[in-house]
Design a protein around this ligand. Structure first.
Ligand SMILES: [Zn+2]
Length: 90
């Protein structure tokens, strides 16, 4: 991803927030400025999709990243490690 100052934005990490949203932290390679991008929380449709798979005893993937990206347990939530969004409670 290109940054407004001419460098590249490097993903430093994803911080899951209370309430199901997440914040992506990026650093610009040219200016070392940091940017935070808020990732919106799971929609009702996305949560339902994950719940359906769980009820069938399956291993749900991230509704945004696809089935190759498994959701992982983080406390009481099932979270995608790529977008940091919580899609279900366990
Ligand atoms: Zn994801």
């Amino acid at each position: 991803m290109e940054s407004p100052t001419g460098g590249f934005l490097i993903l430093l990490g994803i911080r899951p927030q209370d309430g199901g949203t997440a914040v992506g932290v990026f650093e610009c390679s040219a200016s070392s400025l940091r940017y935070e991008i808020v990732i919106p929380k799971a929609t009702r449709t996305e949560r339902k999709k994950v719940r359906d798979v769980l009820q069938q005893g399956g291993d749900p993937g991230c509704p945004r990243h696809g089935p190759d990206f498994r959701l992982v347990r983080a406390g009481k939530n099932l979270v995608c490690s790529n977008c940091g969004v919580a899609y279900a409670r366990v």
